[in-house]
Write a new protein. Structure first.
Length: 331
């Protein structure tokens, strides 16, 4: 059952002098109720902008966001208010996103005040205590300030605040990237546990595919404002189709130290092109080892290659490649 539908979403930033930064340039996907949907891509690919546009921190340049059957553009005030309650965000840097002059209790209470929940102060405080316990902290932490906590604890405070309004959907934008490796797994486990307990749906954004793979049911791979491949985590890992996905995967070390890593590491040539002036045809072509003539002139179609496995690449389009030998592509 679909909870969120994103259709042809674009977010361009006008930089003046006729320069247009195409941060998100037409992405479409559905997120099912109760799942974790990952978006992965290197920094500058537009994944954070996508998250911020979906939640409404940025106005979309084009396209639609449909939440629980309602198009955000067509919501009345009441519905929009409810939408803002149902969709919350967790940020990468828990320190920057927590007001240093507010106590933990004030930080977590703020969204409840804005939404007029618990007019009674006592009830609101009880709710704060409950939320602190839900995220593995306790009531003694309520009157302290963010700087008194470690990075992992601060992210827990950020999570408690995101949960304050009882949302259905949470966008987590690199929630563990800024944390020590030893703390990352704890926060991931907390997110998973909260998902089970509260029936949450997540959009999980990260630049590290090994991280996204651990937590996501399905993954969209983003490159320069486009989604280039989309499938479930297992399939993406076992049978990556897009040359960019293959490169990302080849950079992940094999977890078992006793297994010899015989895979060839795919090094991407060149730099990420500017989203102000993206390449014609396939946006990945300037860095793709398989690029053909068609790649410069024709934008690859979004195709379902096997059930629930989508890719945008001419290598899988017989119309463009004729009898191209696919065997050499499989990594
Ligand atoms: Fe490479 Fe062409 Fe496929 Fe783009 S469409 S990923 S350039 S082979
Ligand atoms: Mg980012």
């Amino acid at each position: 059952q679909t909870l969120l539908e994103v259709k042809g979403l674009k977010k361009h930033f006008n930089l003046g002098k006729k320069q247009n930064l195409k941060a998100v340039d037409g992405i479409s996907f559905e997120i099912y109720r109760g799942e974790t949907f990952g978006i992965v891509g290197e920094s500058g690919c537009g994944k954070s902008t996508a998250g911020r546009t979906i939640i409404g921190l940025y106005d979309a340049t084009e396209g639609d966001v449909v939440f629980d059957g309602k198009n955000v553009h067509e919501m009345n005030e009441r519905e929009r208010f409810d939408f803002h309650k149902q969709m919350q965000m967790i940020f990468q840097d828990p320190y920057a996103s927590l007001n240093p002059r507010s106590t933990v209790s004030e930080i977590i209470s703020e969204p409840m005040e804005v939404h007029g929940m618990y007019k009674n102060k006592r009830e609101r405080l009880e709710r704060v205590y409950q939320l602190l316990e839900d995220v593995g902290l306790n009531r003694d932490h309520a009157n302290r300030y963010p700087h008194e906590f470690s990075g992992g604890q601060r992210q827990r405070i950020g999570i408690a605040r995101a949960l304050a309004l009882n949302p259905e959907f949470i966008i987590a934008d690199e929630p563990i990237s800024a944390l020590d490796v030893s703390v990352q797994a704890q926060v991931v486990n907390l997110l998973k546990q909260l998902q089970r307990e509260k029936g949450l749906t997540y959009l999980f954004i990260a630049h590290d595919l090994s991280m996204v793979k651990q937590i996501s049911d399905r993954i969209a791979v983003m490159y320069l404002g486009h989604i280039v491949e989309l499938t479930d985590s297992k399939m993406l890992y076992n049978n990556p189709l897009h040359p960019y996905t293959q490169a990302l995967l080849s950079a992940i070390p094999i977890p078992d130290p006793d297994v010899e890593d015989k895979r060839e590491r795919i090094i991407l040539k060149g730099e990420l092109p500017s989203p102000i002036n993206p390449p014609s045809g396939c946006v990945f072509r300037t860095r793709c080892a398989h690029a053909m003539d068609a790649c410069a002139s024709v934008k690859p179609e979004w195709q379902e290659i096997e059930p629930n496995h989508f890719v945008a690449c001419h290598l899988y389009n017989k119309k463009v490649t004729g009898d191209h030998d696919f065997s050499q592509v499989a990594a």
